[in-house]
Design a binder for this molecule. Structure first.
Ligand code: KG4
Ligand code: ZN
Length: 342
């Protein structure tokens, strides 16, 4: 079997990622993040992200080529995230990828960011079989997918109808006076807290919602409920029990994410679940996913964190699968598509 050398570029949000694979072997995965620049705004600022990508793309590319120990000329194909994501940010990666493809006279593959997250598993030691359910949770997306074939049959089962789960972590952290990004802060604050102290709402899990939104998520009501609860305590002159609030909030997010993911496994008769996205760093997500997987007889796969958060290696891995499946490359007239469907 031919093992194509593929370079992948990812710039859909605040990570500038360049990865290189040979077939399903990972050779390099270099990431530059502009996270720190967004911290004082409490969330990713699109213009700041785009500008940071412009500055980071060349050094990140050079670092990836050096890490892989290859010559750019040897690359067989370029893959790039074309969407979904922030338009200005995506455009930087798309522009860079096209420039490389033209200069090197190599084929280019425009790929979907969410499918890329699933592609991350290809370079792991023991890739999942298909079909599999995939739950992708980050600051920008919360999506549940069924993957029957990575390069041809990926279907969106559901997604958030308002905030992404990571966004909810970031907003609740702010309510509790914790810095950005909120996920790791809430994780830390929740240590020693009682996850049952406060029963926060599980969005879209009431029987009436489940009919229409069985696999969809909603986190804005939860965020508001936490803010109200904290406000009421403060107004009553009581000290806010930060650990209990953080633990109870985190429990509500984890519960609804995993309940729906495992429901999809059961409904579709698919005993495999892949997790991806930055929120998968969450200690409670990992622990509870493992517990429920053991009970349900589901094979659970959580790639290493460097392949869960946005990165170029997953895009390169997906590109290599497309090449090996004999897919036609993209014509050069594609652009950034911020709302690209799966
Ligand atoms: O995938 P990612 O690095 O970037 C995108 O958003 O695309 O994910 C970042 C998100 C942020 O919202 C951050 O708060 C969240 O992932 N996050 C966490 C944890 N670490 C990062 N959420 C919950 N628990 C964590 N430990
Ligand atoms: Zn992502």
């Amino acid at each position: 079997r031919l093992e194509p050398l593929v370079l992948g570029i990812e710039t859909s949000c605040d990570e500038t990622g360049v990865g290189i694979v040979r077939g399903d072997r990972l050779l390099a995965n270099v990431i530059a993040s502009s996270m720190d620049e967004h911290a004082r705004y409490g969330g990713v600022v699109p213009e700041v992200a785009a500008r940071a990508h412009l500055e980071a793309i060349e050094p990140t590319l050079a670092a990836a080529v050096a890490e892989a120990g290859i010559r750019l000329d040897d690359v067989d194909a370029i893959a790039v995230t074309t969407g979904p994501g922030l338009s200005g940010a995506l455009m930087v990666g798309v522009g860079a990828a096209k420039a490389l493809a033209v200069a090197l006279e190599k084929p280019i593959y425009a790929v979907n960011h969410l499918v890329g997250h699933v592609g991350a598993d290809v370079v792991s030691e023991e890739p999942l079989e298909y079909p599999t359910i995939a739950l992708l949770v980050s600051g920008g997306h919360t999506s549940l997918l069924v993957v029957r074939d990575l390069v041809g049959d990926v279907e969106l089962l559901g997604e958030t109808i308002d905030d992404a789960a990571g966004e909810a972590f970031d907003k609740v952290a702010r309510v509790l006076g914790l810095p950005y990004p909120g996920g790791p802060q809430i994780d830390r604050a929740a240590v020693g807290g009682d996850p049952k102290a406060i029963r926060f709402p599980r969005g879209l899990s009431l029987p009436k919602d489940m009919a229409k939104h069985r696999y969809d998520f909603s986190f804005s009501g939860l965020k508001t409920a936490v803010a109200r609860w904290v406000e009421a305590e403060t107004d009553a002159g009581r000290e806010v029990p930060v650990a209990d609030v953080a633990a109870s909030f985190r429990e509500a997010v984890v519960d609804v994410l995993l309940t729906k993911a495992f429901a999809a496994c059961a409904d579709l008769g698919i005993p495999r679940l892949l997790l991806g996205g930055g929120v998968v760093a969450n200690a409670r997500v990992r622990e509870e996913a493992a517990r429920r997987a053991a009970i349900a007889g589901v094979t659970l796969r959580i790639p290493p964190l460097s392949l869960c958060t946005d990165n170029g290696a997953m895009i390169a891995a997906l590109g290599a699968q497309l090449v090996m499946a004999g897919r036609e490359p993209s014509s050069l007239d594609f652009g950034a598509d911020s709302t690209l469907p799966v």
